[in-house]
Design a protein around this ligand. Structure first.
Ligand SMILES: [Zn+2]
Length: 83
């Protein structure tokens, strides 16, 4: 199946772009970078091809190691001195 080049939402023109896609899975959100997607020039709707959606599903089901974690630095203050 070939990806349509016309937006099914508004009939606008779709352009192939590389996007960052956030996929909810269970209770968490996972971020995928370098995702090829068709983006509507008119309404901005992002269309993932069946292949790309499948790839994302596969990755989430197998839960391999992500390329990186975006860690938030965590600091721990010393326990307050006991008087
Ligand atoms: Zn559109």
């Amino acid at each position: 199946m070939r990806a349509a080049k016309i937006c099914a939402e508004c009939g606008g023109t779709l352009k192939m772009e590389i996007v960052t896609h956030t996929q909810p899975w269970g209770t968490q959100l996972y971020r995928f970078e370098n995702v090829p997607a068709l983006v509507c020039a008119q309404c901005g709707h992002v269309w993932l091809s069946a292949e790309v959606s499948q790839m994302i599903d596969d990755i989430l089901q197998k839960q391999p190691k992500p390329k990186k974690y975006e860690r938030v630095p965590v600091f721990s203050l010393p326990e307050p001195m006991k008087a």
